[in-house]
Design a protein around this ligand. Structure first.
Ligand code: GUN
Length: 304
């Protein structure tokens, strides 16, 4: 039986450090870092993420604004908005919530950001710095995962690390970070042969493919550290019950909200793993904490 690895204790520590940094610059300079989140359309998961980010900004003393644009926004309109934010001196960080509606090309949108305001670290320039293992703004979820692993005392250096999922938000930047930490990384995806056997070689297994309950005990080496990055809104009660049985919290979610958040890892994996992050409550709080830190870093980067 492994240990549940919650994200909150580390997230609280990072948030306290950032809150102290913000209070210091506020006193010394009379300004605070500012973050603008741009959300296009009304994807419910995106709306909920953006609300959590806004609450975190308020709690830490950052200035923040959410700009909501209609689902039918054109490329020209979104680029014009980004140009305004790039030029606005009080805006230190700009976050474009992903995914974007189909008519918008996310590569072109992200590339339009000033790299030193791209607090997500998704701009090709920031990703290039990551590849080179040079300092820069880094994607927040993979940063949170690396720091959470380090907090357990499990060594990344020399470990076999398997990442399932090759997104630009998690899988690919995480693989680069693990390489920079001297881990031996394998990225798996939907075309990987014998996925469960490959995963079961991992000392550290990271599930980030967005498939509810896909990873079961057969994917896990005895004692491995397993990170569940999945955050899937599932509304089918049959699917939920197959994973959790008649869990009262899940049943309440289904009744009240019509869905419940489900990770990529089946909860029974805790029996075999050394560590397992819960979902929700594992990686999510760290993403937000490191976004706050990134916004402070962007402020320092531009203003010294
Ligand atoms: N969508 C899911 N995760 C993220 C994230 O970390 N940043 C942005 N901008 N969009 C996301």
């Amino acid at each position: 039986m492994g240990t549940w690895l919650e994200g909150k204790p580390l997230a609280d520590k990072i948030r306290e450090e950032v809150a102290r940094d913000i209070a210091r610059v506020k006193q010394a300079r009379g300004t605070v870092p500012g973050l603008v989140a741009v959300i296009v359309g009304d994807n419910p998961a995106s709306q909920s993420y953006v609300r959590m980010k806004e609450k975190a900004c308020q709690a830490l003393g950052l200035w923040s604004e959410v700009q909501r644009l209609p689902a039918a926004t054109t490329m020209a309109e979104l680029k014009a908005r980004i140009d305004e934010l790039n030029a606005a001196d009080h805006v230190d960080g700009i976050l474009i919530q992903l995914p974007l509606p189909g008519q918008l090309n996310s590569h072109e949108v992200i590339s339009r950001l000033r790299p030193d305001k791209d607090v997500d670290g998704f701009h090709p320039y920031s990703l290039g710095l990551l590849m080179e293992n040079r300092p820069g703004l880094r994607p927040c979820t993979p940063t949170g995962i690396v720091e959470l692993i380090k907090s357990t005392g499990v060594k990344i250096e020399g470990s076999d690390v398997v990442v399932i999922g090759r997104s630009m938000i998690v899988g690919k930047p995480l693989a680069a970070m693990i390489t920079n930490e001297n881990g031996t990384v394998t990225i798996c995806h939907s075309k990987t042969r014998d996925l469960a056997q490959v995963a079961a070689r991992a000392d550290i297994l990271i599930a980030a493919m967005g498939k509810p309950g896909f990873v079961g005990p057969e994917f896990v080496k005895e004692g491995a550290l397993v990170v569940d990055v999945g955050s899937n809104a599932v509304s089918d009660p049959e699917v939920v019950r197959a994973l959790f049985g008649a869990d009262p919290k899940r049943e309440k979610d289904l009744q009240e909200k019509g869905y419940t958040w489900v990770g990529d890892v089946r909860p029974g994996v805790i029996e075999k793993a050394g560590w397992l992050t819960p979902s929700p409550g594992g990686v999510g709080p760290l993403t937000i904490a490191f976004l706050m830190k990134s916004t402070f870093d962007a402020y320092r980067l531009r203003r010294g």
